[in-house]
Ligand binder design. Sequence first.
Ligand SMILES: Cc1ncc(COP(=O)(O)OP(=O)(O)O)c(N)n1
Ligand SMILES: Cc1ncsc1CCOP(=O)(O)O
Ligand SMILES: [Mg+2]
Length: 214
Amino acid sequence: MTTAFAATAPQLGLYPVVDSVSWIERLLAAGVRTIQLRIKDLPDRDAEDAVREAIALGRHYHARLFINDYWRLAIAHQAYGVHLGQEDLEVADLQAIQQAGLRLGISTHDDAERERAVALRPSYIALGHIFPTQTKQMPSAPQGVVRLQQHLPHLQGIPAVAIGGISLARVPEVLATGVGSVAVVSAITQAADWRAATADLLRLVGSGTPIAQA
Ligand SMILES: Cc1ncc(COP(=O)(O)OP(=O)(O)O)c(N)n1
Ligand SMILES: Cc1ncsc1CCOP(=O)(O)O
Ligand SMILES: [Mg+2]
């Protein structure tokens, strides 16, 4: 399919990826405006309450709330967007996601995956993992910031999101590549003080283009 997915903001800013509605609620209250609910390995019926509540919170805070993997539930409850990996693309109904007006983010790990993603005209393309990560088992090696920067001119204007092993200390070299969105898990959820970590990350990365302009 070649029809573009609905656009998102050119700069998504700080993009926490979290596994519960409580994290969604506290991070939206702390000023985050792009966020993902990433629940793994539950049947749809067991994930549905969390997906519905997360979407409602996203609307309440005028935030960009992406649902990872559960694309049917995201359509049913009219999420702002869906995030899918390369394997997810094999099984998801992309036409249904596009026709429902949901934004689509796609994971990529190398040039071939990037090209496949660009051809689908998604709302953003995630590039990872940039640094070693403990959060997800990755079959490939970290790409590093040099590769990250090399990907950017090939995205044909599709917004880029950097993910994987990005700590507060590493944010400046990630931003120096020109990427406008930084996705993090452990930099927030494993921080000794998540409020301070989130405030520091928001100061460096920002919260993205205001949603009215997204
Ligand atoms: C912003 C962002 N980038 C990458 C991923 C990873 O998605 P995927 O490859 O489908 O792996 P899982 O997250 O489903 O384990 C992501 N979730 N978000
Ligand atoms: C979900 C995901 N996809 C690629 S890396 C990653 C995990 C990122 O977590 P962290 O920010 O803790 O390295
Ligand atoms: Mg996935």
